[in-house]
Design a binder for this molecule. Sequence first.
Ligand code: DC
Length: 227
Amino acid sequence: MSASVPVITLDGPGGAGKGTVCLLLANKLGWHMLDSGSLYRLTALEALRKDVRKEPQLIEIAKKMDIEYVPVKGQLQVLLDGREVTDAIRAEAVGSRASEIAAIAGVRQALLERQRAFAVAPGLLADGRDMGTVVFPQAQLKIFLTASPEERAKRRYKQLKEKGIDANLPELVAELKARDKRDCERSAAPLKAAADAILLDTTEMSIEQVVEQVMQLASQRFGSSVA
Ligand code: DC
């Protein structure tokens, strides 16, 4: 990663608001964004479609899958082999499989350079679990977003319903807790805040308040270029 490219990392558990905040900030700043979870979800989707379960083949998928991100009306469309899979990768089954696959060190290694390639001028907002600890340890601003599991499940429920995807709130709470446990306890790049990350608990905050707070931190760190 070039030290001259400003990078803001946003790490934290699923449903803490990272994705929405990242997208809003990327649009506000005119920076690129990396939704690193989508890379694990794409690997999972391809594995589910091809019924791949063995590690070497999963690593092969992570290395070789043909993916593209296309900005459309302030959102990022995700293409796999030229086919739109933006909503397909958000299904809970894909998320669960992604969390299992993300525990495989070889898969993480295969996705590392793909992720670092996103750090190009004028700047990058990187959303994930290990952005500040492993992928961009030199990032100039690192944020760790959290919220209670119940609040995170409610947000995910709302998001899924808005997309017309069927969801069940108690099941979502249980799945989020199971995924948190797996993400925190795995030995390869577990979910944890970088030592130099700023912690933000968003349970009681609106998305606008979180964006505002990160913008303030960004202008303290990067000066007038982001004001
Ligand atoms: O943020 P998300 O729900 O889209 O991520 C899907 C899964 O991918 C999540 O359970 C953990 C994994 N993941 C990861 O291990 N490292 C990242 N940087 C991003 C996601």
